[in-house]
Design a protein around this ligand. Sequence first.
Ligand SMILES: [Zn+2]
Length: 370
Amino acid sequence: MGARNARAEKYLALHQARIWIGRRVNILKPEEAFPGNVFRTFDCRHVRTSMSVSLHRSPAFNSAHYKGLATCGSVWACPVCAGKIQERRRLELEHLVQWAETQEKQAIMVTFTFPHAAFHSLADLLARQSDAFLRFRRGSPFSRLKDFIGFSGLVRSLEVTHGANGWHPHTHELWLVDPSVQADICSRLVELWERACIAAGLLDPDDTAKVQAFRMHSVDVRLNATSGDYLAKQDSSRNWGITHEVAKATSKAGKAKGVHPHEFLVRRQKGDAARYFEYLEGMKGKRQLFWSPSLKAKCGLQDFSDEVIANQEQDDADLLGRLDQDQWDFIRSKRLAAQVLDAAELGGWDLVTRYLKRLGYITRPPSELS
Ligand SMILES: [Zn+2]
């Protein structure tokens, strides 16, 4: 799928999120006139934050964007902000892996999963998962292991998909370790992870079939990981899009693995709206990406919050033109925000105005504008 189609799809999904949020707030808080006060995503790329909405284009990337619109910065709730934040986080990870090489460290990729069933609530699984990680990391066995492998920091990415076996929270971690670390580290990690999952109530030690499967699949280690490996792993659960996800969801492996929750906004199956809100509720306050303290500073990266990144644009972008309130109302009512960006990239301001005219936008005479 091309980048422009993917963007259009994210904007459509965001539109669906607005519809669901509007309904939800109407039921839960009928007295609330502004659903955006309850879920900021309701206002994202919709509500103006200044008199006019300006269109900009970065010459280096030929990518257009708006200024003067609310941005929610929620990696969980908002498909548009999530995409943007993810793009930026990719660059940070690439930088980290390159830096690790200069420090003569090996990057290894470690994925942790655990068994779950369709009747488990997401909140319950997440609480047990974080309990399991606390147990896994605290205590001397893990400290000894860290010393042994020359562990010098990690980045952890929290992912949730939903499939035939219900919610599937899992983590992908990038560890910086000594170059001498070999594949046999996996069995040591499985031992510790198994103990932690049993203690957290995620694995029944008497269920021998489950325990067998757990030992085979619950920890996956890839040595000498490139940032590409890591990102590909993340993407398989995160970089959703109709063609991609549907292809996956109809294959056997895809059914088991499930879809990213933003896919709920596109496929809209029975129960998907409720699942979308269960996801938002469950992920509230959680960070999608966790970096070991001071690791960013060590490798020379500044620490920006998701909200800042969602609002950040290329500094070198040129101003193409300003959309007045009337034009912006037209664009958003016809759900053309993504298409107007396409037009801006393909033919600048001139094409944007011709495009709006072709779709029926009539420039009002100045006397009518107040
Ligand atoms: Zn947003």
